[in-house]
Ligand binder design. Sequence first.
Ligand code: ATP
Length: 314
Amino acid sequence: AWRPDGDDDRTRRTGSAVKVRVPAKINLHLGVGPLRPDGYHELNTVYHAISIYDELTARRGDTLTLTMEGEGAGELALDETNLVIRAARALAAHARVPAHARLHLRKQIPLAGGLAGGSADAAAALVACDALWGTGLSRDELAEIAAGLGSDVPFLLHGGTALGTGHGESVSPVLARPTTWHWVVAVAERGLSTPAVYHELDRLRAESAAPAPLGPADDLLAALRQRDPAVLGAALGNDLQAAALALRPALADVLKVAQAAGALAGIVSGSGPTCVFLAADAAHGGRIAAELAAAGVCREARTAHGPVPGARVI
Ligand code: ATP
């Protein structure tokens, strides 16, 4: 279905752009298996997409370029290492089309925050370039390319709430009656490196200084079906939390302040340092966010809700 640039008169005349919105993820349950000889950990996780979004705009161009604004601008490399560029190149190679596009990223998902912002941007690039180039890949084909880019990328195409296994790359949607959950997201001053956090967990486990591993997500899945935020709150869990707290002890203050402010529950998101708190409703979330901001224990406290859809053209 692809036609060379010059043939697409409508796009060329109007300079029409494709805009894709993609959410951040949190893990409601993150069970990390033992370190395997291949250096990986088997994961048992429940992904949940929340309403903090990056936006990627794709326009026609003669080469592949990326510009950005927002979170991480001036800090994040915009070269071939960027997941947006890697995703665009992977799609072009798969569809056998030239990787020509002018891409612009508006980033609201903090860098290295445990919210999978890089993976989100990769998912956004796949959807945006597929639309711009008219390659018309199926969701399954996009998911296959996504899995090659990173373990969280397939989920961010998908969105919603989903069970992830393997390294996280095989995802299956969690079927539950529609419920909206309200979250407060405490953004830290600086990010944490995901490999460093896994390393710290391995070290704590070797010293028998880590809490018992969570294992499968059955209790969390049962809690999701009950639609009661207090029940969901009691079921949240993250095997990486002890490691993130060991590397960033100040996170304990964030958890303490939110608990005192009445949060139903709180956890470190993924590898951290972002912490997320469950609220009873939107107004309750607003009050917790205000108290976190007033206490000065984080760079920023935002409210969000979930689940929301994955990468979509808007
Ligand atoms: P995860 O939990 O998926 O490991 P994270 O949410 O902690 O990741 P990200 O912001 O997704 O952190 O990415 C971590 C690193 O990935 C960044 O420090 C950066 O070096 C690299 N990266 C490459 N492309 C991107 C991108 N578009 N946005 C963010 N990070 C990117």
